[in-house]
Design a protein around this ligand. Sequence first.
Ligand code: ADP
Ligand code: MG
Length: 238
Amino acid sequence: MIENQIIARVRNEGRTWLTEIESKELLREAGINVIDTRMAKSKDEAIRLSQELGFPVVLKVVSPAILHKSDAGGVKVGIGTAKQVAKAYDDIWGAVGKKHPGAVIEGVSVQKMARPGVEVIIGMSKDIEFGPLVMFGLGGIWVEVLKDVSFRIAPLTRRDAREMIREIKGYPLLEGYRGKESVDVSNLEDYLLKVSDFVERNPAIKELDLNPIFAYSDSAVAVDARVILESLQNGTRR
Ligand code: ADP
Ligand code: MG
């Protein structure tokens, strides 16, 4: 199974963090729709991959030292031409190098630009007492400023998933607000259940973040993913 292969490879390299691309690969295996994302190790490769994927694209820094890529100047969205890819590539290296001198940059991820939707997040963290906790919320200020999120202990039931989505204050935004597209909520329930299954199946996963997922009236796609493994030092050898 690909899941185990990816985790084993990361372990072999002595890492506990997965790159955005590895994280997305894992989550795709778990049945979550993720945006097509490739790794570029050079500017030429970034241009070639952009042309293969089709414009517009997004470029992001890939570095184990950088968890918040946009804070580091490491995300460029809406890139429409090969020339803009070249500039975005240089800008990312420049900005990240300045903000995090000495950080190892493995390359740049290239992905298709998702069309605008309602941004939601799904996460998992572990509670010492209760084990895996699955989180749901709306993206952006809703989670950062208003902390408008809901939690349930895994494994989730369909009812848990239904309730989690409906109990956040921002829920009306998912039902379509001021002419905005309404969101396929049962599809998001499926994603919560899939994440719950996935973390139950993989106890080595310590933390997981899909932030954001763009939700639409007929589908949803994760554009950023982060998976962190338990470290092996403190006895959690699983
Ligand atoms: P980080 O969370 O590490 O700062 P993200 O990958 O989440 O970086 O990118 C920052 C923001 O850029 C996202 O919240 C989203 O709004 C936008 N974004 C990222 N990837 C895409 C994409 N493929 N299509 C459209 N927008 C994107
Ligand atoms: Mg993000």
